[in-house]
Design a protein around this ligand. Structure first.
Ligand SMILES: NC(=O)c1ccc[n+]([C@@H]2O[C@H](COP(=O)([O-])OP(=O)(O)OC[C@H]3O[C@@H](n4cnc5c(N)ncnc54)[C@H](O)[C@@H]3O)[C@@H](O)[C@H]2O)c1
Length: 255
């Protein structure tokens, strides 16, 4: 799938990994629809110029995500929507039993699962249905879906029951989705970032962020959002990448 003159839907595009991916794809000649709950996505799309549009949508809403997909299909014109880079998500930390002996809050657990896991399914199903209608390109492809998991799917830390389970679910969906969508010539991949320097990371205390950076074998630092975007671009352009999860983590294994 070529990036130039193709159209992509980027979720979570107001910030962090999604914003960096939108920037990289536009710089490579793509048209992008930037989708987010946060209205700062409007300013971000404006900065990217005429190839970018913004749409406010909650990834957990069928109706709102259908509007986002429709906007991307319309922006793509005769070629429609060529791919989705799904970055929207939330982090949450809660112990099963807190210091005072209280059990974790069930609503908060369900909220994380709903956004990170059910939201991913919602984005995939609507984008896949739209891309299945595309005419195949010269290499026979109709589309590509890139989901964002996390290394917490494998190396979850204390307090990450909800986050790890939600991201493990994203990993688990990649292969069955890739197998099913192969008959439509749509690929499905997932990226599991390690620790990246984004606004999401600012939610954890400085000392914890420094300890995580120090635990990366090499390079000994947090990942830069554009390094995630580079991998997304490679997945879009390399047709043999399908049904797989790629850890992008500098070799860190969280304890
Ligand atoms: N930063 C990291 O170290 C890291 C590591 C592993 C995985 N991830 C994953 O990468 C993805 C992007 O994270 P980031 O670091 O860029 O975070 P971020 O907080 O900078 O960006 C996430 C964006 O998602 C949007 N969003 C959240 N819920 C939404 C919803 N229901 N509908 C639409 N938009 C919604 C937010 O408004 C925000 O703009 C997330 O799925 C996160 O879990 C991040």
């Amino acid at each position: 799938m070529q990036v130039k003159e193709s159209t992509f839907l980027i979720t979570g595009a107001a910030s962090g990994l999604g914003a960096a991916t939108a920037e990289r794809l536009v710089a490579a000649g793509a048209r992008v629809v930037l989708c987010d709950l946060n209205d700062s996505v409007n300013a971000h799309a404006q900065q990217l110029g005429a190839s970018a549009r913004a749409i406010l949508a909650d990834i957990t809403s069928g109706e709102q995500m259908q509007q986002a997909v429709d906007a991307a299909v319309a922006l793509g014109g005769e070629h429609g929507l060529s791919g989705v880079v799904h970055c929207a998500g939330v982090v949450s930390v809660a112990k099963l039993v807190d210091r005072e002996g209280n059990p974790a809050d069930l609503e908060s657990y369900m909220k994380t699962i709903n956004i990170n896991l059910v939201g991913t399914f919602n984005v995939m199903r609507l984008a896949a249905a739209a891309m299945a209608k595309n005419a195949p390109n010269e290499s026979g492809e109709r589309g590509v879906i890139i989901n964002t998991a996390s290394i917490a799917a494998f190396d979850g830390q204390v307090g990450q029951c909800a986050y790890s389970a939600s991201k493990a679910g994203v990993v688990g969906m990649s292969l069955p989705a890739a197998r099913e969508l192969s008959r439509h010539a749509i690929r499905v991949m997932a990226i599991a970032p390690g620790v990246f320097e984004t606004p999401m990371m600012s939610e954890i205390p400085d000392e914890a962020a420094q300890a995580l950076a120090a635990a990366v074998p090499f390079p000994k630092r947090l990942g830069k959002p554009d390094e995630f975007a580079q991998l997304a671009e490679q997945i879009i352009t390399n047709p043999m990448l399908n049904g797989e999860l790629i850890r992008l983590d500098g070799g860190i294994r969280m304890q």
